[in-house]
Ligand binder design. Structure first.
Ligand SMILES: Nc1ncnc2c1ncn2[C@@H]1O[C@H](COP(=O)(O)OP(=O)(O)OP(=O)(O)O)[C@@H](O)[C@H]1O
Length: 260
């Protein structure tokens, strides 16, 4: 279910690294219950925008509101509670290599300092069950896990504190097609069961087409298009044409849409 409350509001965002301008006047509302996919060329600033939504980076200008609160002028306590209401699955460094599966998922729970080890154990097992990982794997170290399993355990950790918003950076990168498909199905199921709002960066058109309720396209330092995939592909912009309507794009999209 999507409703009209913006969960995230970006207004007039400008980002610069030295003299390198990454974003110019980005405006975007993300609504409760949607899965918004952010696409753009390499270096267009997708991950940076995600990090700004998570208040891990501050733009040169503009404001970010998450769950109704402005993140750049709020106190640390509020910032911490807003972060606890968001889960993140980063593309790199998804798990702490020195911690086993159990401790990776338990970490955000322990950081709350208000749960007993018994409660944490029950919650860790519940999260593992949610991501369809069997209990026998709890003592394994990340190096002993397959790529698909790492993604699932990292997702369990991202869901550890029952977030309202989930950020996914290239969630299916590095997975072969069957693993990617089963991860997509898992995200679809979780979104329905947990009424999550999901913001995802992806280059993968299968993932994008299967999951997105809306797509936002970053190019020329701006958001050049925001909308449903069926409308986005009709827009006459070089990046959109190349990304969605090149040979690979056409092969994926012709199964789900009528192409121009
Ligand atoms: N902390 C930083 N300091 C300087 N430049 C940075 C910093 N973070 C990102 N950049 C630069 O900003 C640009 C956007 O980076 P970003 O990682 O957000 O792009 P992206 O769209 O996610 O790229 P990709 O698809 O390749 O992952 C890149 O040119 C990058 O080198």
């Amino acid at each position: 279910m999507i409703n009209n409350d913006p969960i995230i509001e970006l207004q007039g965002l400008y980002t610069r690294f030295g003299s390198h301008v990454i974003h110019k006047n980005i405006n975007l509302n993300i609504y409760q219950g949607e899965i918004l996919s952010l696409v753009g060329g390499s270096g267009s600033g997708k991950t940076t925008l995600l990090r700004q939504m998570l208040s891990l980076e501050i733009p040169a200008q503009g404001s970010v509101k998450i769950l109704g609160h402005s993140t750049y002028d709020c106190d640390l306590e509020l910032l911490r509670s807003l972060r606890n209401r968001s889960g993140v699955l980063f593309q790199q460094g998804a798990l702490f290599s020195a911690l086993n599966v159990y401790d990776n998922i338990a970490l955000p729970m322990r950081e709350l300092h208000c749960l007993t080890e018994e409660m944490i154990r029950d919650l860790v097992m519940l999260k593992l069950d949610m991501v369809e990982v069997e209990a026998q794997h709890v003592n394994k170290m990340p190096a002993e896990l397959s790529g698909g399993m790492i993604k699932r355990v990292a997702l369990a950790r991202a869901l550890a504190l029952d977030p309202e918003v989930l950020f996914l950076d290239e969630p299916t990168a590095g997975l072969d097609p069957p693993l990617s498909e089963s991860f997509i199905k898992l995200i679809q199921t979780l979104r329905k069961e947990l009424t999550l709002t999901i913001i995802m960066v992806t280059h993968d058109l299968d993932t994008l087409a299967a999951l997105s309720t809306r797509v936002a396209v970053l190019a020329d330092q701006s958001l050049v298009a925001v909308g449903e995939l069926a409308d986005i592909i009709k827009i006459d912009h070089p990046f959109i044409k190349e990304f969605f309507l090149g040979e690979r794009g056409r092969n994926v999209l012709r199964n789900v849409l009528t192409l121009p």
